[in-house]
Design a protein around this ligand. Structure first.
Ligand SMILES: Cc1cc2nc3c(=O)[nH]c(=O)nc-3n(C[C@H](O)[C@H](O)[C@H](O)COP(=O)(O)OP(=O)(O)OC[C@H]3O[C@@H](n4cnc5c(N)ncnc54)[C@H](O)[C@@H]3O)c2cc1C
Ligand code: FES
Ligand code: FES
Length: 491
């Protein structure tokens, strides 16, 4: 097949850029600071955690535009194709942007390191319709770490920034920007080549499948929120890279024939509303997966393919009985998601094969589903243990139960012995206590920097107890943070 590519094209502010001869491992942050000399965007952690490098990407969305914050430190240049890249230098045009003015007025601007990233997160929030409530503000800012703990005035600026504001500069230029973005795309495959490495962004699943057959050792790139760190933290140099972000067929989410089909290129942000409609508890967990910037780029497909034992989406999806669709060349195959994870770092995927979609059963009113993420911090923290439960009761007895934990084994793993101890039994404290003990036969967790083995096992048992309490004593107060969010929403 032809491997001819056209340059990566994007708008930097409102100026068009075309790049072809550059190392595809170059991050957007390094490009901005070293090539464009736009040094307003800062590097803090270089791993997507602190938000100092936050930039905003504008994209065509139906007839209009949408703006989302991402971490430029872990995004590769190729991801800019067809988009508008906005940095803190773009916001003020004579006068400060309303989000900047609100930061000044509310004394939200503290150190020069975090403020540009915070302003860009506020700018993306500003572009959303309506006035954000406190929950939305907290979610939008959770990926901007301020070490001086001055969130009060920043949140106040977020609340104030839209009060009485006229449409901003960007609203005024929207149709011009949309036309400029449309003009970037000619339907061809974008690519980069530099330092002996290549980057391809095929436009269809067929083209992706063919390219991967030709380059079975290539790195498949979705949102880059894992792959980016291989370059910035492990100092690896990747090539060739085959990105799936321009394959529209993989960016679809559809509900049909009893399944929710989530394409491998669907980001968490785009999946959230559908997941919330079927499984609100899983959506609540996903709101704590990474940060807004991570969820705007990262995909569920990437989380599964990455195969980490502490990936947050596999345990609930396994508990629900989800299936994975893979393709190699023209051959499609489907397997139970739990069978994809063979061992630590080892998945059932052949060279040249890729994830097409994950199929999640639609919600069943007779099945109670809960998902609990345990991490040291509520927001934006990697999981120590995560428990997911799907229970069907009939006449007070357990007709079916599926329990899956992350962080308890080298792979996300079902608690089959605990499930067997519960099936067909009355759903009572006594049987649940029995199953809690059986969990120690299902899992031999390890101790690491996130939690000790003892803590992990204890927490898994306590999560099963919590699940029992939530299903048998609905008035019990088990969700302090949810209560706080509900109070914020009412305020
Ligand atoms: C600051 C930060 C916080 C994070 N917090 C969390 C968290 O709370 N919980 C959590 O679970 N994860 C977290 N992550 C990890 C990461 O965000 C997720 O694993 C995410 O879902 C990865 O998706 P991606 O699209 O970015 O994948 P990428 O980084 O693009 O790819 C990940 C892996 O999957 C492969 N891959 C991607 N797409 C396909 C495909 N279609 N077919 C085959 N292989 C493919 C890639 O080659 C790579 O091996 C965090 C990461 C960062 C940087
Ligand atoms: S530099 Fe910290 S998130 Fe990018
Ligand atoms: S604003 Fe930078 S540490 Fe608080």
């Amino acid at each position: 097949m032809s491997e001819q590519t056209r340059p990566v094209r994007f708008l930097l502010g409102d100026e068009r850029r075309e790049l072809s001869a550059i190392d595809p491992n170059t991050t957007v942050l390094n490009y901005l600071r070293r090539v464009e000399r736009r040094v307003g965007t800062k590097e803090g952690c270089g791993e997507g955690d602190c938000g100092a490098c936050t930039v905003v990407l504008g994209e065509l969305d139906g007839g209009g535009l949408r703006y989302r914050a991402v971490n430029s430190c872990i995004q590769f240049l190729g991801a800019l194709d067809g988009k508008q890249l906005l940095t803190v230098e773009d916001l003020a045009d004579g006068a400060l942007h309303p989000c900047q003015q609100a930061m000044v007025d509310c004394h939200g601007s503290q150190c020069g390191f975090c403020t540009p990233g915070i302003v860009m997160s506020l700018f993306a929030l500003y572009q959303e319709p309506g006035t954000p409530d406190r929950n939305r503000i907290d979610d939008a800012l959770a990926g901007n770490l301020c070490r001086c703990t001055g969130y009060g005035p920043i949140a106040a600026a977020a609340k104030a920034m839209k009060a009485g504001a006229e449409p901003d500069l960007f609203a005024g230029r929207a149709s011009e920007t949309a036309a400029a973005l449309k003009a970037l795309d000619d339907g061809a495959m974008a690519g980069l080549e530099g330092e002996g490495r290549r980057y391809f962004a095929p436009r269809s699943v067929d083209a992706l499948a063919k390219l991967l057959l030709d380059h079975p050792g290539a790195t498949i790139l979705a949102g880059g929120t894992d792959v980016g760190l291989w370059v910035t933290k492990q100092l690896r140099r990747l090539g060739p890279i085959i990105a799936i972000g321009a394959v529209e067929e993989l960016k679809r989410i559809a509900v049909k024939d009893g399944w929710i089909d989530i394409g491998a290129g669907v980001t968490y942000t785009d999946a959230l509303a559908t997941i919330e409609a079927h499984y609100p508890d899983i959506a609540d967990m996903m709101r704590r997966l990474g940060s807004e910037q991570i969820r705007n780029a990262g995909t569920i497909g990437g989380n599964i393919a990455n195969g980490s034992p502490i990936g947050d989406s596999p345990p609930p999806l396994i508990a629900l009985g989800s299936r994975l669709v893979l393709r190699r060349g023209d051959r499609l195959r489907e397997l139970a998601l739990e069978d994809f994870f063979l061992d630590y770092g080892k998945q059932d995927r052949q060279p040249g094969e890729f994830v097409v979609a994950v199929k999640v059963p639609v919600s069943d009113p007779g099945c109670i589903v809960r998902c609990y993420k345990i991490a040291k911090r509520f927001d934006q923290d990697i999981t120590a243990a995560l428990g997911a439960f799907a229970l069907t009761l009939q006449g007070g007895e357990v007709a079916d139960i599926r329990i899956c934990f992350g962080g308890m084994a080298p792979v996300p793993k079902r608690a089959r012995q605990a499930e067997a101890a519960l099936k067909g039994k009355p759903w009572t404290r006594e049987t649940v206590e029995g199953a809690c003990w059986v969990l120690s036969e299902d899992y031999t967790p390890i101790s690491d920097m996130r939690a000790s083995a003892r803590y992990r096992l204890r927490v898994a048992q306590n999560l099963l107890r919590k699940f029992f309490i939530e299903t048998s004593e609905p008035a019990a107060r088990t969700r302090i943070m949810a209560e706080r969010r509900a109070a914020h929403a009412r305020a």
